[in-house]
Write a protein that binds this ligand. Structure first.
Ligand SMILES: [Zn+2]
Length: 157
């Protein structure tokens, strides 16, 4: 139903092989379940490599208060799904697992995306290239994008 290919957004992406209706459970976001402390340690290491010019995307997602899921280990195709500020899927958390579900009808060949929903405080280290109208240029959960726009304006002046 979905396949990996070079993406217009970033690196590799995941694409619909066929038309898929809204509300369809596409795939589980699988990976290693890690503690918040381990997640912070891995993120610090990633940012260190990014500062040295490597292009490495975050593949860790908040599961709950205690754990994150890191798709780089024990992950599946879902780890290649890009973020979009106008996504066609959403991440549903149910009983300690994360499922990627279509949020609307998806056409054959369309790139699959969901909102990574990163916390506001990490905005500067997660640039966004999704190209959606109204994309603020960084990956931040939708409810916090107004704060991001404010922060960018303040920094520019
Ligand atoms: Zn964006």
């Amino acid at each position: 139903m979905i396949r990996r290919a070079r993406s217009d957004i970033h690196g590799h992406g995941v694409y619909a092989r066929v038309a898929i209706p809204a509300g369809y459970v596409l795939i589980e976001y699988r990976g290693e379940r890690i503690t918040k402390a381990e997640s912070a340690r891995r993120e610090a290491r990633r940012l260190d490599l990014v500062r040295r010019g490597r292009d490495i995307s975050t593949m860790s997602f908040r599961l709950n208060q205690r754990y994150d899921i890191d798709g780089r280990r024990h992950g599946n195709l879902s780890r290649y799904i890009n973020h979009s500020c106008a996504p066609n899927c959403r991440a549903d958390k149910r009983r300690g697992r994360i499922w990627i579900v279509t949020a609307r009808d998806i056409a054959e060949g369309e790139e699959i995306s969901f909102d990574y929903g990163f916390r506001f405080r990490h905005w500067a280290s997660n640039p966004c290239r999704c190209g959606a109208p109204g994309c603020p240029g960084f990956i931040v959960e939708a409810s916090q994008r107004w704060r991001l726009r404010q922060a960018i304006r303040t920094r520019a002046t």
